[in-house]
Design a binder for this molecule. Structure first.
Ligand SMILES: [Zn+2]
Length: 319
């Protein structure tokens, strides 16, 4: 009987893996392609400017909202957090497929710098936003074919998921505490009032990913180091790029345990939320230049991030 049970559970695990492999085989390449012009390519939508309050920013918001509403099958609730500051209109978008007693939050910013004109922020952070859209599709697939898979495997409370697209990360004039991360500061204040901040188990921020330059992504915070190590293990399974990005044995930054890189995580960090900051350091050389374009994106790296984050989210919700 025990042998039979073991065989059955091994078979179920194998069937799940095969069904995920099938999903990625059917979706990964055409969803995250640098050159492909088809409608299914999520990445190509980020090949343009997205300055806060602009027509292009509004079009991007409409595209993201329509994607969650019409392309995905399940009921993703949308939270639109709009406000005005410094003469600009900002809008954060948050999507929740499932509620829980606590939450995993995964986030990136979709806005682009005003200066230099024509800056499209391919890696800052168009590619990360496209990866978030892909992860949403993966989770949506699981909700459609095997909803129970997203429930905790061991005894424990249900963890919910929130996917956040921040506006106004970039400075309007010059980076400083009062001129940057407009969207994340606003959402953190709002969530504090609503009591959501206290229920965030982990806040994962993706930024400057997907460049042709393969810079290391360090572990920056003690509280999330075990999650960083879990993601590194997923990277080992996937392989795919010549260099490995994550290295849990390298503790140069995690021992500082300090927000040395200012970004959208800061208001959440200051409120005591555990942060996993996925950002390469040093920054790729194209950072904040017009060369941060599609010519300098690496499709293979973006697809690898999509696979890594899909598995990471699934594991986080289950274990
Ligand atoms: Zn930037």
């Amino acid at each position: 009987m025990l042998i039979l049970l073991a065989l059955v559970s091994a078979w179920i695990a194998l069937a799940q893996e095969l069904s995920f492999a099938e999903f990625h085989k059917n979706n990964l390449r055409n969803s995250l392609s640098v050159a492909e012009q088809s409608a299914s390519n999520l990445l190509r939508h980020f090949n343009g400017t997205r300055v806060p309050g602009s027509k292009e920013s509004k079009e991007m918001q409409d595209f993201i909202k329509k994607y969650f509403r019409d392309v995905l099958n399940n009921d993703w609730s949308v939270e639109t957090d709009s406000f005005e500051e410094n003469g600009f209109n900002f809008t954060n978008l948050v999507f929740t497929p499932m509620h829980g007693e606590s939450y995993l939050v995964i986030a990136a910013h979709y806005d682009t710098k005003i200066d230099p004109p024509g800056f499209i922020g391919a890696m800052d952070s168009g590619a990360s936003c496209a990866v978030l859209l892909y992860v949403a599709k993966f989770i949506d697939h699981i909700l459609t074919v095997d909803k129970d898979l997203l429930e905790p495997l061991l005894l424990g409370s249900q963890v919910g998921l929130k996917i956040v697209f921040f506006d106004g990360e970039e400075a309007i004039n010059q980076w400083g505490p009062y001129d940057s991360i407009y969207g994340s500061k606003h959402l953190a204040r709002k969530w504090e009032k609503l009591g959501i901040l206290n229920s965030i188990d982990l806040f994962v921020l993706m930024d400057l990913l997907g460049s042709k330059e393969q810079q290391p992504v360090h572990s920056y915070y003690r509280s999330s180091h075990r999650h960083y190590a879990a993601l590194s293990q997923i990277e080992d399974w996937i392989g795919g790029t010549q260099t490995k990005w994550l290295d849990p044995a390298e503790r140069k930054y995690v021992q500082l345990n300090d927000p040395i890189i200012d970004d959208d995580h800061r208001p959440f960090y200051e409120a005591g939320v555990s942060i996993l900051h996925l950002i390469p350091f040093p920054f790729p050389a194209t950072w904040h230049t017009l060369d941060d374009d599609f010519d300098n994106l690496d499709e293979g790296s973006i697809q690898k991030w999509a696979l890594m984050m899909s598995q990471f989210v699934l594991d986080f919700l289950r274990y």
